[in-house]
Design a protein around this ligand. Sequence first.
Ligand code: MF3
Ligand code: CO
Ligand code: CO
Length: 258
Amino acid sequence: MIVLKSERDLEAMRPACALAGTVLDEIAAFVQPGVTTRDIDEFAASRIRHFGAKSAFLGYRKYPCQICISVNEQVVHGLAGPRVLRMGDIVSLDVGVIYNGFIGDTARTVAVGGCDVPAQKLMDVTEKALYEGIAQALPGGRVVDISRAIQNYVEGNGFSTVREFVGHGVGRTMHEEPQVPNFVDGKSSPKLRPGMTLAIEPMVNSGLPGVKVLNDGWTVVTQDGSLSAHFEHTVLITESEPEILTWPEKVPSKLKVS
Ligand code: MF3
Ligand code: CO
Ligand code: CO
């Protein structure tokens, strides 16, 4: 069952999503050479708490951290720990918060200090693939239109999209129907309707699409050791253009005190 959000639901969900975007912005600015992934998770905890929100990830299927921090060949669900980030690393930051009873889910990959040209291209293509997908988030279309746009853009640039993890509906719970794959899977695909809120999230590998899970039970890495990037927004299907709910500027000014 796909949950359509009412205008009243959206009044509660918009601030939750804006807050996720703002926290992600702040965390991205905190990343620099010499910080550990644990430092980042602790910083995330303090910013999420500051806004009166809660991590949507901590405790989800026993997930042990506030946010997901995935470095280099790590794709998603990386765990915070003593690892020191170095200049040239790329780090994927995935933030989910609960606020007003709703979840905002958003992710971005950033370079630590700076990175080489191939890594930058991977990040640029992944981010652009997200916006190619969002551009298809139109009423009357189907979820597969989003999937196809992402896959075509990514593969057209010589990279590959992960199959095992997909985007999803999001609202009062983190993973709702429908699934939003980053490739055309040939299954029947739901129609997009106003009121649907989707987490669109290309996970893109610079090499082959295969992934595996490390022994910690969480961290997903590329099978071939190639770099991976991840960008995500929570998006509302409207009667016309899609509305990107996790855009940080939309945070209500009363929440913006530092
Ligand atoms: N944020 C991820 C997503 O985009 C889900 C993380 S689940 C967790 O769907 F348990 F790892 F936090
Ligand atoms: Co996410
Ligand atoms: Co998500």
